[in-house]
Structure formats: structure tokens, C-alpha cells
Design a binder for this molecule. Structure first.
Ligand SMILES: [Zn+2]
Ligand SMILES: [Zn+2]
Length: 299
């Protein structure tokens, strides 16, 4: 697609070439660790442990301003360089996480049975042991560093929320490209074979990246959990939405999310707190068109 104001500063091959060279990665790490992410030539050479100045100079030259910029006193890490090191540290490219199933203390929001957490190949799954309720999130292994296995489900859920939030804000979580959102039945957002019949017609939000083609599908309950109407409804009933795990708001059944109309699209999702119910109605592009609160009977 056309991106008229953005020019390629270096070839993608050259940029990725940095990753193939251990010395260049060490330079990036040394700058990352340095005060203000700046260092002189000799500080960098010492940190990397390369004696030959000429050879080291050659390596620095290969950055060509991308990832590392020259300053009056030496070198500094650019924003792109910091993002690259950050991605390496996240473990997305270099690590795997080997973890057994974690049995969770939380109940399935659909049937009340127990939930469990599994992790495989960068994808976390939080699912019910007894019904088809399930959430999937892409989570890099490094996101779990510093937590006990018992905390993994909540870490994954927080990461999943970050993914949805980024998509809602219009940025692809993978490439920062522009995301476009559409409210569609679940059956038309994912491979038909994967969709059990009881959720086929549940409205979901599909985010499409215009640059890389990444597709993020999220249920309306999760997608709208941070909408002001939803946050204040919960806040007034003593619930802090930001402290609740993602799966509490999952709306993947026709009791909690449904199409009121298909043309034009009106889809509604309900939240429950303090015995009261909030219904939020959106149009095809996820704009909230109506909210109503149904008081409970004091429950
Ligand atoms: Zn269940
Ligand atoms: Zn993308």
C-alpha cells in the first residue's frame, strides 16, 4: 500500500542483517546498558571486547545511522535501536517458555467450572475445563520473566489486553501499521472449522492491519471493557476494571453479546456488576451508539 510520507532509510535486508551479526548485537546491548544510551568509541569497544580498532570501526559503520547514531562524543542508540533491543529482550525471537498446565482459582464466566492456562509456541490459552469457553493471546516468553507460574494466567491476560488496546487505538500490535475495525459475527472472522455452532452469530470485533495483514479478533466484552461508560458503571459498583482479569469481561455467548440488527449493524454487549446490568450498543465500526443500565433486584 501507499505510504507517501514515509521513506525507507535502509533496505529491510540490511536492517535484518544486524540480527545476523553477534558483534553488532553486542554493540546495541552495550549502548542499551550505557548511561543515557550513549557511549564513546573506546567505551563501546571495551564493552564488546574487540581489540582491533579498524575492525570495530567497520562494524560501527555498518549501522549507517540506523539503530545507532553518531554524536559529538561517540554513539547513541536511536529509538529504532531501542525498539530492536527491546524486542530481543522480550524473547519474541530468541526464547521459548516451557510450562505445564496451570490450574487457576478463577471460575469460568460461562459455566462456573474451573479455568486452566496453557502456553505453546508463543500463544497463551485460558480455557474452561468443562465448556468451550476459551481465550487465546499472543504473548512473548519474556513477558513472563520474574513471575511465578501461578501468576502466568494474569500476566497473559494483561498482555492480551495490551494487544486489544493497541488495536483499538489503531496501531497493529506487530508492526504499528494502521488497524481498521469491523464488527462481524464470529463465524466470519475466524476459520469456520474453529467456531462451535453456539457462538457462530456472536458479534466480535475484527481488526485488520493495512500494512502486514495481521488480524486481531476480540470479543465485544473485552474490546469495550475500557470504554468510559463501562469503566464508570463498574467504578460506581466498586469494581476497578483495570484490576480485573480480561476473562471476566469475555462475551462469547448470545446471552452476553448479540446482534440487534444487521443492516445497519447494531450489536450489543452486557456487563454485570453489583447485581445491575449495563448494555452497550455499537455500530459496525465499534462506535458506541447507546448505553442502558438495567437495575437488578438488589443482588
Ligand atoms: Zn465453562
Ligand atoms: Zn501489522
Amino acid at each position: 500500500m501507499d505510504e507517501p510520507d514515509i521513506v525507507d532509510a535502509v533496505d529491510a535486508d540490511d536492517a535484518f542483517g544486524v540480527l545476523s551479526d553477534e558483534t553488532r548485537i553486542e554493540v546495541l546491548r552495550a549502548l542499551w546498558d550505557a548511561d543515557d544510551r550513549e557511549a564513546t568509541f573506546s567505551e563501546l569497544r571495551d564493552a564488546v571486547g574487540m581489540r582491533d580498532s579498524g575492525q570495530f570501526n567497520y562494524h560501527l559503520g555498518t549501522f549507517d545511522g540506523q539503530f545507532v547514531a553518531e554524536t559529538d562524543d561517540g554513539y547513541r542508540l536511536t529509538t529504532a535501536g531501542a525498539q530492536l533491543v527491546g524486542a530481543l529482550l522480550s524473547g519474541a525471537y530468541t526464547q521459548t517458555l516451557d510450562v505445564d498446565t496451570v490450574e487457576m482459582a478463577d471460575d469460568c464466566p460461562r459455566c462456573g467450572s474451573s479455568l486452566s492456562f496453557t502456553y505453546d509456541d508463543g500463544t497463551a490459552e485460558i480455557g474452561c475445563d468443562d465448556c468451550p469457553h476459551v481465550n487465546h493471546f499472543l504473548v512473548p516468553p519474556g513477558a513472563f520473566a520474574g513471575y511465578d507460574a501461578a501468576a502466568y494466567p494474569r500476566v497473559a491476560a494483561r498482555y492480551g489486553r495490551k494487544f486489544v488496546r493497541s488495536s483499538r487505538d489503531g496501531f497493529c500490535p506487530l508492526c504499528d501499521g494502521r488497524m481498521a475495525e469491523t464488527v462481524l459475527p464470529l463465524a466470519s472472522t475466524v476459520e469456520a472449522d474453529d467456531v462451535p455452532a453456539w457462538v457462530e452469530n456472536v458479534p466480535t470485533c475484527r481488526f485488520d492491519c493495512e500494512r502486514c495483514g495481521e488480524v486481531v479478533v476480540a470479543d465485544l466484552g473485552t474490546t469495550l471493557a475500557e470504554h468510559p461508560a463501562v469503566v464508570s458503571f463498574h467504578h460506581e459498583r466498586g469494581v476497578d476494571v483495570s484490576g480485573e482479569p480480561l476473562w471476566r469481561f469475555t462475551a462469547l455467548d448470545t446471552d452476553s453479546a448479540r446482534f440487534e440488527r444487521r443492516d445497519p449493524v447494531r450489536a450489543s454487549v452486557t456487563y454485570e456488576a453489583g447485581g445491575d446490568e449495563l448494555a452497550v450498543t455499537v455500530d459496525e465500526s465499534l462506535s458506541v451508539v447507546e448505553t442502558t443500565i438495567e437495575p437488578g433486584t438488589g443482588g
